[in-house]
Design a protein around this ligand. Sequence first.
Ligand SMILES: *Cc1c(COP(=O)(O)O)cnc(C)c1O
Length: 423
Amino acid sequence: MTSTSQELFDRARRRIPGGVNSPVRAFGSVGMTPPFIASAEGDRITDADGREYIDFVCSWGPMILGHGHPAVRDAVDRAVRGGLSFGAATEREVQMAELICAIVPNIDMIRMVNSGTEAVMSAVRAARGFTGRDKLIKFSGCYHGHSDAMLVAAGSGLMTQGIPGSAGVPAGCTKDTLSAEYNDLAGVAALFDANPGEIAAVIVEPVGANMGVVPPADGFLEGLRDLCDKNGALLIFDEVITGFRLALGGAQEYYGVRADLCTFGKIIGGGMPVGAYGGRRDVMETVAPLGPVYQAGTLSGNPVAMAAGLAQLTVLKNTPDFYGALNRTAERFFSELDGALRDVPHTLNRVGSLGCVFFTGDPVTDYASAKKSSTSRFTAWFRHMLERGVYLAPSQFEAMFLSSAHSEEDLARTLAAAREFRP
Ligand SMILES: *Cc1c(COP(=O)(O)O)cnc(C)c1O
């Protein structure tokens, strides 16, 4: 019997590269046909064959309130009737900028874009324009979207010059991107010493969330702050996942470390395509039309997208103890998941409502240790859970996302399924 998802995937592959509009959706690393999703509500998604799953992907983070939250849905409904796009300034953009500056520390000004990729690309340009320097330090295993300069392969050594991690990226585009290892301050210091006066910025995921979940070691983020200050470089927190996730004010609030610039995506749009970058006034004032750093967008600040994002951020802000409650639920759930897998060698990393099971008994603190996880065991785990109606990210190197819509009953069902896992 052929499923509707299988038929759709066959059709899709004829007309869309790999059948998908973003590679991880093809389920390549778990060797399966992806379920095509027809609808979602709360903590459940339903595929084209009518099968329902408990959703731990949450659109890769945005659905922190679960799917179809009434406040977000109503705001979008109203916005749609007012017009889909004007390509002109609107009140909602002002409200969005004011709200973010009020709830996120150290954001004096902010610019809306349409994706996390665009946010990072633009923040990096602003950092280079402001400092008059070209070089950047990023970390192996941190993902910052698919712009040319950010697609640098995991460096094999601390002093490694950037090597493009994708075909089609000219070496010239990545020659100024230097790689360090996550949680290795000495490596970052060495790169600063080897490139005096040349580093525009250090960009980091304050919690590594694109190599599974890798927390910053004690003092790592503070150490980056110090190194940037000593060397006249900017510190960019890529908060596309951590923003409005760890705390209302993101990782800056959660860890108490100040960034010069932050990038946002995912949660900020409430499920619509939105990104943003913001930070210090003097840096943001270099952006056009105020300053010489050019950056623009036909659909940036789109009225429907702004309505969705504003509605979601407003619920997050106005719900008493939203993050306390979500993080406590996550703490309990992930520690029970850890226990459910006690007979399988693994390491469970969790920060706030982000968690990840690595199938290695060793601690996971950077990209190299994350890669020690058994991906064949992950595949068995993924299939086991999917067969029992639990939809995890189809890759070892992605996070599990918890939302406020995850019910006690569904979390208990997930744990029961996990306890049956016998690799
Ligand atoms: C998802 C992600 C991006 C890219 O965002 P897109 O909206 O997919 O372009 C950038 N940085 C981080 C940390 C991300 O998780």
